[in-house]
Design a binder for this molecule. Structure first.
Ligand code: PGA
Length: 301
């Protein structure tokens, strides 16, 4: 049997993304080129690797075995790359990070200021919700993750670097605006625009209200902080978001933070990676940069 590393990488990308199209995008190939590679592997090994049912693809038993081995090969390859980078020093290299959609408001500032001093570094940034971040950690396919709550079910190194307070926002004309120490019970009557399932912010809000015995009514669900702020501004309900998402709207007087008793919900931001992962000098440099610089780059409101 003669398989090339390239073929294994293509297979690994299709299996991990569960999609020929997404794998082709990731590898900068056309979809027919990816299908051709998979066909060649299947011919070489004499077994099908995928089943096509309707529009979906599923790994066959041979595919699952192949995925197991191709993952460990691609991980070893990226370790080789990291070790070689280490030998070259921090001057060049690649940084793959994934950040919570809520963290993106400051993560891009952090990246911009890191790259001012490290011009030859290429990076990829995936912005997704907590569920997406957990998947990245499980697959071990990024160097670092910035998230609001490290997972308990995975063996990770998680370091907290900045507070992440969650506050209640209302449109500027709301009757509660301007009131002091509003009792938390008054939220019982309010409708909230909530983030989608899978969002870390949403999990924290639900836990907080259940701890305080408050039953809010959930209005619409929206999958981004931007959409929530717009909906709150339009008077569709109240919202709870991280203060890091808010600077512009508060400055413009479009939204206000309500002074509710027991708020803000206190949380922290963490920079996380899988335990035992060998970080390249570039990733290690960025990790240290985040721990040292993030609080000063993000001025409190
Ligand atoms: P999210 O943020 O709500 O965008 O998933 C992650 C988190 O705060 O844990």
């Amino acid at each position: 049997m003669h398989l090339t590393i390239r073929q294994l990488m293509v297979f690994e990308a299709v299996a991990r993304n569960n999609s020929f199209t997404r794998a082709a995008e990731e590898l900068h190939l056309t979809q027919p080129a990816v299908s051709m590679q998979i066909k060649q592997i299947e011919e070489t090994i004499g077994l099908p690797l995928f089943e096509h049912i309707g529009k979906k693809i599923f790994l066959t038993e041979a595919g699952r075995e192949m995925y197991h081995y191709s993952r460990s090969i691609t991980q070893t390859l990226s370790e080789i790359e990291a070790v070689m980078e280490e030998l070259k020093g921090i001057k060049r290299g690649r940084l793959n990070i994934a950040v919570a959609s809520t963290a993106n408001y400051f993560a891009t500032h952090l990246l911009a200021s890191y790259f001012k001093h490290h011009e030859n570094i290429h990076y990829s940034l995936d912005v997704t919700n907590r569920e997406g971040l957990l998947r990245h950690l499980e697959l071990n396919d990024v160097d670092l993750v910035i998230m609001g709550q490290p997972p308990e079910e995975l063996d990770v190194v998680a370091e907290s670097f900045m507070e992440n307070p969650l506050v209640v926002i209302a449109p500027a004309a709301h009757e509660l605006c301007g009131q002091k120490n509003i009792p938390i019970e008054s939220l019982n009557r309010e409708t909230f625009i909530m983030r989608e399932r899978g969002s870390g912010t949403r999990i924290a809000i639900e836990r907080f209200f259940s701890e305080h015995g408050i039953e809010i009514s959930t209005g619409m669900e929206m999958s981004s902080n931007e959409a929530i702020k717009q909906a709150v501004g339009a008077g569709l309900g109240l919202g709870i978001v991280s203060v890091h998402t808010l600077a512009l709207e508060l400055e413009a007087g479009f939204l206000e933070v309500l002074d509710i008793d027991k708020f803000p919900i206190t949380r922290n931001w963490y920079v996380v990676h899988r335990k035992g992962k060998r970080l390249s000098p570039v990733s290690e440099g960025f990790r240290r940069f985040v721990l040292e610089q993030a609080p000063s780059i993000m001025k409190p409101l």
